[in-house]
Design a protein. Structure first.
Length: 208
């Protein structure tokens, strides 16, 4: 599928960490998705720093590096629901503000604006039935499609991604599926993820 994302401004904002916490508690799932899963696509070319918008704001606007590290340490690959991710974001912030209560109402350098991600998908010309066809298609699809099937898919086909699910379920390549699922989305750019998937799959073609 070809995937693109539209941003919807919610009108909700936070000027300090207490307001950010309340915002995270009450915002929509689409907002949580946008500032965690989707922000990873927006910063897909980075392998350092925080791809989580909440963590980035805690550092850049509030100068709270320890909180930023706690928020950024929540690995989205380990979450099968946005409710579970939201709960851990809230828990991390509550724990930090209990330890550093003076940080709660300290005004940030700039507001945090909550926005929702609206995913729009349409079919691509690529339909694959073999591993060779999979490699050919993967080499041509956009990084937005790659994010949709490899990152965002973890909420649709938990606990894995669309590629690994298809390789294991349809082609019976369980070991290859597991190796691809282990590719780190935080230490690689999305192009790097593409390269690693192609390396693993191409090696399997050679073995076959």
């Amino acid at each position: 599928m070809a995937a693109s994302t539209l941003l919807r401004i919610t009108g909700q904002r936070a000027t300090n960490l207490a307001e950010l916490l309340e915002g995270i508690r009450g915002c929509s799932d689409a907002t949580i998705f946008n500032h965690t899963f989707q922000s990873l696509e927006q910063h897909h070319f980075l392998t350092e720093g925080f791809s989580n918008d909440f963590a980035q704001w805690a550092l850049a606007a509030c100068n709270e590096p320890q909180l930023a590290e706690r928020l950024a340490s929540l690995d989205i690959r380990h979450y099968e629901t946005l409710a579970a991710l939201r709960a851990d974001l809230v828990a991390a912030m509550e724990s930090y503000l209990r330890q550093v209560p003076e940080a709660a109402y300290r005004k940030g350098f700039e507001p945090f604006y909550f926005s929702e991600a609206v995913i729009v998908t349409v079919p691509t010309p690529w339909q694959v039935r073999t591993l060779a066809e999979f490699c050919e298609a993967l080499a041509h699809v956009s990084i937005h499609t790659l994010h949709y099937h490899f990152v965002a898919a973890r909420l649709r086909t938990p606990p894995t991604n669309d590629f690994s699910y298809w390789l294991g379920d349809s082609l019976g390549l369980k070991e290859l599926a597991e190796r691809i699922d282990e590719i780190d989305i935080y230490t690689n750019t999305l192009e790097g993820v593409r390269e690693h998937i192609l390396e693993e799959a191409s090696a399997w073609l050679t073995l076959g």
